[in-house]
Each structure stands twice: as C-alpha cells, then as structure tokens.
Design a protein around this ligand. Structure first.
Ligand SMILES: Cc1ncc(COP(=O)(O)O)c(C=O)c1O
Length: 448
C-alpha cells in the first residue's frame, strides 16, 4: 500500500469538502476557447470532441483519499471510463482499479498498477479467465457458490498468489433506477444472503483461501441509507463468520471487505445528492470496524469519480426551424449517451450553447430547441425543448457530465466514428490527446 502517496495527496490538495461539485459552464467555455484557438486541436473533421478535465479529476481523487483511512484500496471501476491515460492518472495517484471483464483486467494491468490493487469482478468468469486472474495475483470476487467451487478446483493445480472474496447480495432493496439496482430480493449478481446464509458460512469454513466479502448495492439512484444498510448487512455477516471460524478453531478470518461503488452524482443542478464526505462520515459512525484497520477495506467507485470530469462539445450541423419545434442536429446522440436516449425519464445532461469561438451564448432572448443526434432512429434525442439562446449552424452544443458510462458504452449502431478525446489541465492551459478520433478506415474495417 502506498500510504505515503495517499498522505501526499491529503497534504497537497488543500481539499475543501463539498466545493468540487461540478465544472461550471464558464470553465468549460474557457477550455473550449483555448482548444479552438490552439492549432490542430479541433480540426475540421472533429465534428464532436469529448473532453476530460484532468485537474478536476485530480481534485476529486484527493477528496476521496482524504476521507478514508490511508490503507483503503480505492479500486476505481474501469467500466465507468476505460481510457488508459485516465486510468494511469488514477494509478499514479496511488489508487487501484476494479475490472468487470478480462479485457478490463488487461486494461488495468496496462497501467502498471500492482496486482494486489486490481479487483476482478464479473458474474460470468470462464475457467480460462479465472486461471488468468489467479496467475495474475489480483483480488478476485467470486459471484456465486458455483464459482467458489470452480476456484477450489483450479487451486488444486495452481498456486494462489492473489486473494479471493465472495460477492453477497444483501437483499436490502432497490433504488430509483431498477436497471442499476442489484440488491433487491432478486439480483443476477452475488449470493443472496437470506436464502444462502448457511451455505455462505460453510464456504468460509471449508475454503481456507476465502478471505473476503464483497457487495455492491447499485449505481446512481440508490439513497445513502440503502447503501449503508447493504454494507451493514454484509458487515454483520462477516462478524458472524469470523466468530464461527474462531469457534471452529480456525486461524483465518475474513480480512477483506469490499463495499463496492454506487455513490450517486447530480446530473441536474438542483438534485439533492449527498457528498462523499457524508458517505464516509456515516460509514465511520455506523461501522467503525471499517475505519480501524480490522479489515482491508476496498471501495469501487466509478461514476462519482468520473461523471462530472467529462463534457462533450459537438458542432451544430444544421438547425431545422419550424413553427412548433426547432431541431438542432449534432454529431453525438445515442451512440455516446445510450442511457439518456433509451431511458430519457431516468437520465439527464445539462446543455449549453457556445458560438464558433467557444464563447458561451447568453442573453435574455431564449427559445426551446430539441437537440437531436445523428443516428437513424426517432429516439436519438438528447434533450427535448430545452430553452437556449439562439442556436446557429457552426455553434457548439455543450453537454455536461459525460465523464462516466458514456464513451465506455459507445454504440456501434450506424457505425459512426468515435470522436477525438482530449484531456486538459488548468482550464486548457495544457491539453493531452487521450484518444484519437476513429478513422473512417478503422470503422469500415471493424465489420470485416
Ligand atoms: C460490482 C460493481 N462495482 C462498482 C461499480 C461502480 O458503480 P458506480 O459507478 O455507481 O460507483 C459497479 C457498477 O455497475 C459494479 O457493478
């Protein structure tokens, strides 16, 4: 554990809890103006560009580290944003990575992060994938009793270099987004605690390599209280299992406690979202054992770290003016904002408009505009009748909070090219190419 790294962060960030909420529209516009002014940064073919504010991300990492004990392993969910250069920023800050598939595990390894700082979760690990992970020495969370049996089988012919835990469904209920809630009575994830408590306890007695518990209540839409109850349920189970191990004269104990991710963020400016400070304080007061070194605590936040760090600028290709609706045609839609377009009642992104130099358009004269993507289906709409200053061809539509579960969910439908991705520091004092725009040839090649 790079305790020193974590402490350096705490000292250097001068973090004020709660201050780093969103990147303001003015800050976005300043960065965009610089990108437009810098030669070759936004080229003619860059009809849309995805930006990541890496200074903001560093501040967010500092906030996270400052709120938990220094030994905590913050394994950031790769699925939220798998860009290797961003993962490297995370790794350099002393954090770990959580992988939900073999390719995500390889992405984590590509950053050079130590194996014991990689957590491998996935509900469908094949034998081959398990072998790979066991050899790599990472922390594996088994998703089922069947997977535990499979690991036991594999360990008969190979050594264990990493650590292993089991995912438990605490069955505490669902949040407001059913698709992302995984701690209800039924979930495809984990071992349900109500039905399988005894089987779980016997697994801890039987498998001398099993040292960890894991849970994840849900992602976005879960109240703090629900998350806390989930953690509490598994915590009580861990204490019970440890008492049992002691009674049975076993030396080993559950020593790894992975509390998952799920901290929500405010996509709407008026959304009431708890601060991470509140999460950490609640956890500490309700489960002090997670703060006193009794367990190696792992977190798996994704959205909370990344969502606000990213925003997207798309050039306005056309404005279709009509008596009733003015439709702005832009270059990203459901390909980038899958959830927003397919489940518009659950997802939201703030929209602003900037002129061709990147200056925010303001003023009293405002009209409703519908912002439509380039894809060939009617639902490819990222905002309906949003009130904006006059929008013209050549302007930029700015979409906020596109840092998590957006590029990582890029849809191939209509085979549009993935835009250029730029990182920047200090509002655009310095830019870094995070990913080049996909070429036409690459896209065509994809389909064979
Ligand atoms: C097991 C697990 N851990 C962590 C995460 C990250 O969740 P979030 O991005 O909401 O923090 C997820 C999200 O789906 C998950 O399934």
């Amino acid at each position: 554990m790079e305790v020193s790294t974590a402490l350096t962060w705490q000292r250097s960030m001068h973090f004020q809890p709660g201050v780093r909420m969103k990147i303001s529209k003015s800050s976005i516009s300043r960065a965009l103006r610089r990108a437009i002014a810098e030669r070759g940064m936004i080229r003619e073919e860059d009809t849309a560009v995805i930006f990541y504010d890496l200074s903001w991300l560093q501040g967010r990492i500092g906030e996270l580290v400052s709120l938990f004990p220094a030994e905590t392993l913050h394994a950031i969910a790769v699925k939220a944003n798998p860009l290797v250069k961003v993962l490297k920023e995370i790794q350099k800050s002393g954090l770990g990575l959580e992988a939900a598939s073999l390719p995500e595990l390889c992405l984590a390894q590509k950053t050079g992060v130590a194996p014991d700082r990689i957590v491998y979760d996935s509900p469908a690990k094949s034998r081959k994938e398990l072998e790979y992970a066991l050899q790599a020495g990472v922390h594996i969370n088994a998703d089922s009793l069947a997977e535990l049996a499979r690991i036991d089988e594999l360990l008969k012919s190979m050594p264990l270099t990493g650590t292993i835990g089991v995912r438990i469904n605490p069955q505490v209920g669902s949040g407001s987004i059913s698709m992302l809630s995984v701690a209800g009575e039924y979930s495809k994830f984990g071992v349900p605690i109500k039905q399988q408590r005894e089987a779980l306890l016997s697994s801890f007695l039987r498998f001398d390599w099993l040292k960890g518990v894991h849970l994840h209540v849900g992602s976005q839409g879960c109240e703090l209280e629900l998350i806390m109850r989930g953690i509490e349920t598994v915590y009580n189970f861990a204490l019970e299992a440890n008492r049992l191990l002691e009674r049975e004269g076993k030396e080993r104990r559950i020593t790894i406690f992975d509390i998952g991710g799920g901290m929500p963020v405010a996509y709407r400016p008026d959304a009431k979202i708890p601060a991470m400070e509140e999460y950490a304080a609640l956890l500490k007061s309700r489960l002090p054992g997670l703060f006193d070194g009794s367990f190696r605590v792992i977190t798996e936040f994704g959205r909370w770290l990344h969502a606000h760090s990213g925003w997207t600028a798309s050039r306005v290709e056309y404005v279709k003016r009509d008596d009733k609706v003015n439709t702005v045609m832009i270059h990203v839609g459901a390909d980038l904002l899958l959830r927003r377009c397919y489940r518009p009642e659950e997802w939201h992104h703030e929209i602003a408009v900037a002129d061709r130099s990147g200056r925010l358009k303001r003023g009293r004269e405002r009209k409703p505009f519908t912002i439509a993507g380039p894809l060939c289906f009617a639902g490819d709409i990222i905002a309906r009748e949003v009130t904006l200053p006059p929008v013209e061809e050549g302007d930029y539509i700015l979409i906020q909070d596109t840092g998590a579960y957006t590029l990582s969910m890029w849809s191939l439908y209509n085979s549009r090219q993935i835009p250029r991705v730029l990182g920047y520091y200090d509002e655009g004092e310095r830019f870094e190419l995070l990913r080049e725009r996909e070429s036409l040839a690459q896209k065509v090649e994809f389909w064979g």
